[in-house]
Design a protein around this ligand. Structure first.
Ligand code: HEC
Length: 164
């Protein structure tokens, strides 16, 4: 490949793969804006990645009846809350202005993680399985309402209340 071709390909790749990530979230109209400051958003995204790891650990622990592992992961998820970190006044203000429905989704998630931890401590396989599945529903409920720019595949569903 000639240098010009390489440069063009590289340029195109940057436009295609990098540019969409740089666009502000407001560009996708249907998602209600959360108005988080960039630093709070970063904390929040880091917490989300921890949640994903937690669900993966639990999914691995469930089939082998590792109840302690499940209880630990579920409790860690239950206790993970951006609110409980050391935040600046601006970040606190940002959190307080989040929509009530968002806070309700968040609360439902924390409550479910707690129920899952209790079920694991009680070594109740059926209840663990039930609450784990409901826990994933809480991720979906919030993402399909507030994270459709991050997860556009939720868009066609029009929110969790329209699922079948
Ligand atoms: C109260 C709402 C809410 C709940 C509950 C929730 N999420 Fe999220 N999550 C979001 C939002 C909003 C984003 C998009 C954040 C952004 O892009 O700025 C997100 C993004 C993510 C990401 C991408 C993070 C990144 O690197 O940018 C992952 C992974 C994730 N969530 C996992 C989960 C899992 C797993 C659960 C459930 C166990 C969960 N979330 C529950 C709101 C929520």
């Amino acid at each position: 490949m000639k240098f010009g071709t390489v440069a063009l390909t590289l340029g195109l790749a940057i436009v295609i793969f990098v540019t969409p990530r740089l666009l502000p979230a407001e560009q996708s109209a249907p998602t209600p804006s959360l108005n988080m400051s960039p630093d709070l958003q970063q904390l929040f995204q880091a917490e989300m990645r921890e949640l994903l790891l937690g669900t993966q650990r639990i999914a691995g622990a469930l089939p082998i009846a590792n109840w302690d592992g499940i209880a630990d992961s579920a409790m860690a998820m239950r206790n993970s809350y951006v609110l409980e970190q050391t935040l600046t006044t601006t970040q606190r203000h940002d959190l307080e202005q989040l929509p009530e429905q968002f806070k309700a989704f968040d609360e439902a998630f924390h409550l479910r993680a707690e129920k899952l931890a209790h079920a694991a401590k009680a070594t109740d396989a059926e209840a663990v399985s039930f609450h784990f599945s409901r826990l994933l529903d809480t991720c979906v409920a919030c993402h399909s309402t507030y994270a459709t720019s991050t997860f556009p595949n939720f868009r066609s569903e029009g929110g969790v209340e329209h699922r079948h």
